[in-house]
Design a protein around this ligand. Sequence first.
Ligand SMILES: Nc1ncnc2c1ncn2[C@@H]1O[C@H](COP(=O)(O)OP(=O)(O)O)[C@@H](O)[C@H]1O
Ligand SMILES: [Mg+2]
Length: 240
Amino acid sequence: MSTSSSQVVLEGRGVGRLFGTGPLAVRALHPTDIQVRRGEVLVIMGPSGSGKTTLLSLLGLVLSPTEGEVMLDGRTVSGGSPDALALLRRERVGFVFQQFNLMPGLSALDNVALPLLLRGTSARERAARARVALARVGLSDREAAKPRLLSGGQQQRVAIARALVTDAPVILCDEPTASLDGVTGKAVLNTLKDLATDLGRAVVVVTHDDRVLAIADRLVEVVDGHVHERASPSAREVHG
Ligand SMILES: Nc1ncnc2c1ncn2[C@@H]1O[C@H](COP(=O)(O)OP(=O)(O)O)[C@@H](O)[C@H]1O
Ligand SMILES: [Mg+2]
């Protein structure tokens, strides 16, 4: 096995999605091959309605494919029972959304620890791991703050910490900077880049924000449900 194929953690093979049946069916994604590797930032761009969220949802085992299969850690996992898919999502995949989806009544620390609670981790270990994750996104000094007391960029970094606290090897982000201004968007992008570079996570970012290209190791474009791999932009930290 070559080095690059052994690094593949998540893969779609001929994966596609049709919504509905008959003449009213909507083709959201044509069957496509896509690989996501450890330690890389894969950026998925394309206009609104082109199929980006559908592709991300298929890769994240949120949506089942109507064609093809999704492989995680080298095993076919699409087609599993709802319980099996829920377990895989919880253990192997972290999600970051445009709207940060934090629990308003919980502190930053407790928001980050939530996936561990669902998993049955002890309170002491939950707090310890949530602290490490918050430190990783540069928010050690905001542990006790409720989301409403945090800026948008800080809230998104809490959401990123929540996505990485389980040690999930894959972090899937849907428009993570769309609600953020330029400066805070850049801080969030640099945080995502660090997850790939320093922690070896596979980071997938769906966006129509050109600034995200700055952290891309690989770029695919989705146009009318067709996925095209583009030449790799040279990834770098975001400055200015
Ligand atoms: N649950 C659904 N039911 C029917 N059509 C859908 C559904 N989800 C997405 N679509 C359609 O699939 C296409 C791709 O949508 P989406 O993946 O959300 O695009 P993007 O994220 O690029 O804006 C669109 O035409 C959209 O209307
Ligand atoms: Mg979308």
